[in-house]
Design a protein around this ligand. Structure first.
Ligand code: NAD
Ligand code: 89Y
Length: 338
């Protein structure tokens, strides 16, 4: 399977490493508007075909899928060009700037019958998968309460300076993953309430968000995120879990310790592996990049819909929109209204 990558910035380096690890995949073309970044990645990953204009790259074709690793402002345009060119698409989160764009992007891929997956990778982290497997096995019964928590003081702005500039920050950038984990664990939500704060005076958006979701199955989950939490040990980029079920409880604590209590108690170390090209503490995220990209390839090969497809991601994106509405208006927002 031949692929092209658009966007050769900070995070794309992980995606390029992961593509190199996947059997049967070759990245044959790269695109970035910034020629310096384009050439640096082209040389590092041995890709000869290089473009500063995505439309030209699609005109010349010769690949089966495109990996869109640019920031959100370009996603709709690039997904629509890719769909027109008739290739499968994997697109970074946040999928779109608003629901109308996201729905149009899903329609564009559906019209041409191509796979569209969102690079929504946090639920694919192996510690989260371990927790999901326990929940799916029924060991703790039916979950009725959950907390999915991401609290850190890690400096994400040095690698991703644009995160300090937008009017929106933590819900759109990071909370989106944590909300998606909540969906994966407890199912779709019917309503959400939220509060937001900005603690760091040097950024424009909110860096603290506390959200409460009601799920279709009656479960309640708290999803809390912060980039203003100075604590030791620093847990970036771990998502911590507490789940109460009708037969027992599950905790995913700092240091990747998974505890399941029913009649007895089991504790497991679910630390993610350190891939040869990964660096701590990012290795947790980096491993999930390989897993999600392998899932994309497996789905194309078997004709299955990816778990984190564009259509599925509309529901995660709707939670993001609803959370901002709820925080702004100080009310509970029904997902049916988004
Ligand atoms: P970045 O700014 O470092 O890189 C983006 C690159 O895309 C830049 O080099 C830019 O020149 C290029 N670009 C933008 N528009 C383009 C266009 N139309 N055509 C060609 N090139 C274009 O950004 P980043 O930090 O790498 O983030 C990229 C995306 O990845 C963001 O949406 C971010 O939210 C996401 N991200 C995801 C994770 C994750 O775990 N899933 C982690 C970090 C970042
Ligand atoms: O952009 C974000 C993401 O998706 O994961 C962590 C991150 O890099 C900073 O919040």
């Amino acid at each position: 399977m031949k692929g092209a990558v658009i966007g050769c910035g900070f995070f794309a380096q992980n995606q390029l490493e992961a593509w190199r690890d996947i059997d049967g995949v070759e990245i044959v073309a790269l695109c970035d508007q910034d020629a310096e970044r384009l050439n640096a990645s082209g040389s590092a990953f041995g890709v000869e075909r290089r473009y500063t204009d995505a439309a030209k790259m699609f005109d010349e074709g010769g690949f089966d899928f495109v990996d869109i690793a640019t920031t959100v402002g370009s996603h709709r345009t690039l997904v629509e060009i890719a769909a027109k060119a008739g290739v499968h698409i994997i697109c970074q989160k946040p999928f779109a700037e608003n629901m109308a764009d996201a729905r149009a992007m899903v329609d564009a891929a559906q019209t041409v019958g191509k796979t569209l997956m969102v690079h929504e990778n946090f639920r694919w982290q192996s510690p989260i998968q371990a927790a999901l497997n326990v929940v799916k096995s029924g060991t703790i019964g039916k979950p009725f309460f959950g907390r999915v928590s991401f609290r850190s003081g890690y400096d994400v702005f040095s690698g991703q300076p644009y995160l300090a500039e937008g009017k929106r920050f933590i819900i759109e950038d990071l909370g989106i993953h944590i909300l998606d984990i909540s969906r994966a664990l407890f199912g779709d939500a019917t309503q959400i309430a939220a509060t937001t704060r900005r603690i760091n005076p040097n950024i424009n958006g909110e860096d603290v968000a506390t959200m409460m979701l009601t799920h279709e199955n009656g479960a309640t989950s708290f999803v809390d995120c912060s980039y203003a939490t100075q604590r030791s040990p620093e847990t970036f980029p771990q998502s911590l879990l507490e789940i109460d079920g009708t037969l027992g409880t599950l905790r995913l604590d700092a240091g990747y310790r998974l505890t399941v209590q029913t009649e007895g108690e089991t504790q497991t170390d679910v630390s993610p592996p350190l891939l040869p090209w990964a660096q701590k503490p990012w290795h947790n995220i980096q491993e999930s990049v390989l897993t999600i990209q392998q899932h994309f390839v497996d789905c194309i090969n078997s004709g299955r819909q990816p778990e984190t497809s564009g259509a599925d991601n509309l529901k995660t994106l709707a939670l993001v929109e609803a959370a901002y509405m709820a925080a702004e208006q100080g009310c509970t927002v029904s997902l049916a209204d988004v």
